[in-house]
Design a protein around this ligand. Structure first.
Ligand code: AMP
Ligand code: GLY
Length: 422
């Protein structure tokens, strides 16, 4: 099987790593990839959002499966363009990707499916939004309706903060047109969990859960990021909770999407809050999480390629996914300054020493290889040091031993990944 992976982050490195282990694989490309991915796949200099070029490349190479990592190409219709060209694509259609692209759409679908979530209301008028906020009181959550690069959400501790968010998002349009409408939501309290389900349009299989660390600093301080680390499985997320989430959220939403004529095929990523009243839906994403994917892939014992093909072919019913019971943990190393401005092109040394630590996988995110072979930082999140061990504490110790083997003065990481579980 010839496979093209789309994307170039740590998630895509982990996907390429798992796909490369498949006995079904004959050739692997990644567009655009990174320096770590280049060890496993042929990197193609096509941007992840260049839909016509991706489709043309896949057709020219007679690719058997296109695997899409990030959400942007999906919301731009890459899966639809592949289908039109007769190419098999793992990832939802543009219509189904609205579960990530529009928060209002997600809430409508979740309500129609009876999935538990926050009380919410949608506003196109800032005056009405402010009146609703004053009537509800704080804490309260204000969200731009559309995609805002993960930055469109304000969890407001006071009514004043929430009103300021309305001014920023709706009136100053700091996130552009995605702030034309906002959602105002009840603030859910509890531990946040990333839950993943593999879907073929009708059937969903649990892919496991992980806990992300969104704030940049130790002790969950500082600004939000794409994710500074993850571990899997989170002990608080019991099998009983997993079954409840499958029964009350994932399966009903899958049925509702099929009923609407836009069946969901791909990875459904449910952001959950484990509240005192049980798990509630915060949001959906239509792809693997990054860095959650890195922590999940080292635990997957089954053939990822076979599983993705079964999802594409509507054949997940009866498919068996096997997992390593041992916990895993990923520490993200980022360029100093991230999530604000940061330098590119600084040299990273000691990656071989880190990769030689038993139980460790070094996944690259924003890296590039210089002509002389040196590995350079080329993004905000740069590496995902991933370890698996008998216990979570041991996985954490092993991961940080590998982190400490890396010589990169211009980088940093959180030192407390999995603090909620340890
Ligand atoms: P989102 O972009 O929807 O993932 O939201 C970003 C973050 O805001 C989430 O990961 C949560 O930590 C937080 N958040 C979003 N909605 C709520 C809510 N209704 N209650 C509490 N926290 C929320
Ligand atoms: N780590 C969170 C995300 O991928 O959206």
């Amino acid at each position: 099987m010839k496979v093209l992976v789309v994307g170039g982050g740590g998630r895509e490195h982990a996907l390429c790593w798992a796909l490369a282990a498949s006995p079904l694989l004959t050739r692997l490309w990644c567009a655009p990839g990174n320096a770590g991915i280049a060890e496993l796949a042929e990197c193609v200099p096509i941007g992840a959002e260049d839909i016509p070029a991706l489709v043309a490349f896949a057709k020219a190479q007679a690719v058997d499966l296109v695997v899409v990592g990030p959400e942007a190409p999906l919301t731009l219709g890459l899966a639809d363009a592949c289908a039109e060209a007769g190419l098999k694509c793992f990832g939802p259609s543009q219509a189904a990707a609205r579960l990530e692209g529009s928060k209002g759409f997600t809430r409508e679908v979740a309500d129609a499916a009876g999935a538990p979530g926050a009380r919410w209301a949608r506003f196109a008028d800032p005056v009405a939004a402010r009146a609703y906020i004053r009537a509800q009181g704080a804490p309260i959550v204000v969200k731009a309706d559309g995609l805002a690069a993960g930055k469109g959400v304000v969890v407001a501790a006071t009514v004043e903060e929430a009103e300021a968010a309305i001014a920023d998002i709706m009136e100053s349009r700091i996130h552009g047109e995605s702030g034309a409408t906002v959602l105002v939501e009840e603030c859910l309290i509890g531990q946040e969990i990333s839950f993943f389900a593999l879907c073929d349009g009708r059937t969903a299989l649990p892919l496991g859960a992980a806990q992300d660390h969104k704030r940049v600093g130790d002790g969950d301080t500082g600004p939000n990021t794409g994710g500074m680390g993850a571990y899997s499985p989170p002990p608080v997320f019991t099998e009983a909770l997993r079954d409840q989430v499958m029964a009350r959220i994932v399966r009903p939403v899958l049925a509702e999407m099929a009923r609407r004529g836009s069946p969901f095929r791909g990875v459904l990523f449910a952001g959950l809050m484990l509240t005192a009243e049980g798990p509630k839906l915060i949001e959906f994403n239509v792809r693997f999480g990054d860095p959650e994917c890195q922590a999940l892939m080292v635990r997957l014992k089954s053939d990822l390629l076979a599983a993705l093909l079964a999802a594409c072919d509507g054949e997940l019913a009866g498919f068996d996914l096997r997992w390593d019971a041992r916990p895993s943990l990923t520490v993200v190393m980022a360029a100093r300054g991230y999530p604000g401005a940061y330098a590119k092109g600084t040299e990273i040394r000691g990656l071989d020493r880190a990769a030689a630590v038993p139980g460790v996988q070094v996944f690259h995110a924003g890296t590039a290889r210089r002509a002389d072979g040196a590995i350079l930082a080329n993004g905000g999140r740069v590496l995902g040091i991933t370890a698996m061990a008998e216990t979570l504490q041991a996985a954490r110790d092993v991961a940080y031993r590998a982190v400490d083997a890396i010589d990169w003065p211009e980088g940093f990481c959180r030192r407390d990944i999995a603090h909620r579980a340890l």
